[in-house]
Ligand binder design. Structure first.
Ligand code: ADP
Length: 152
């Protein structure tokens, strides 16, 4: 059976933290689907197409990585893609608290999909898309937090 993982998120925008998690997960899975969730309740700074393009060009040399968008429940999307793993990154206790609830709920919705967590690398533990967006709004420099393919 192919090991297919879905890495769901907003990626608004993709950061070096996300990039690192995906790169470290490449050897673990046959395919990783980076799936941008379409969340009607969440106002994004960058539109879906832009976010998708940045992720695609970040991983353009990695044939096992796909970039998609999805609406609805992550577990339903996993089922539709025949994915048996959900990949998530952990930076802190607060990430853990949040992720723990979601992972347990997902597990009760679909028992054959396992959530796999990778701990952030220390140099990326402070990077979050939320803070990056805040710096952008206030006209600060964010290049150091973003993959090279992301040009603002
Ligand atoms: P969401 O809106 O679903 O939280 P994000 O795009 O913010 O989506 O994050 C997607 C995943 O990437 C989450 O599991 C998040 O914890 C993880 N992540 C975000 N930033 C980092 C980072 N700097 N290091 C490790 N993991 C991260």
């Amino acid at each position: 059976m192919e090991r297919i993982a879905v890495f769901p998120g907003s990626f608004d925008p993709i950061t070096k933290g996300h990039e690192s998690i995906v790169k470290r997960a490449i050897p673990l899975f046959d395919k990783i689907i980076i799936a941008i969730g379409i969340n009607a309740g969440k106002n994004s700074m960058f539109d879906l197409e832009q976010r998708k393009l940045w992720i695609k060009s970040t991983f353009k040399n990695n044939p096992t990585i796909e970039v998609t968008t999805y609406a609805g429940l992550t577990v339903d999307y996993c089922k539709a893609q025949n994915a048996n793993f959900i990949l998530r990154g952990l930076r802190s206790y607060s990430d853990f608290d949040y992720e723990y609830g979601i992972a347990q709920m997902n597990k009760s919705l679909i028992s054959n999909v396992e959530t796999i967590f990778l701990l952030t690398e220390p140099e990326f533990s402070h990077i979050s898309s939320t803070i990056v967006r805040d710096i952008i709004r206030n006209k600060g420099k964010v290049e150091q937090f973003l993959p090279n393919a992301v040009t603002l």
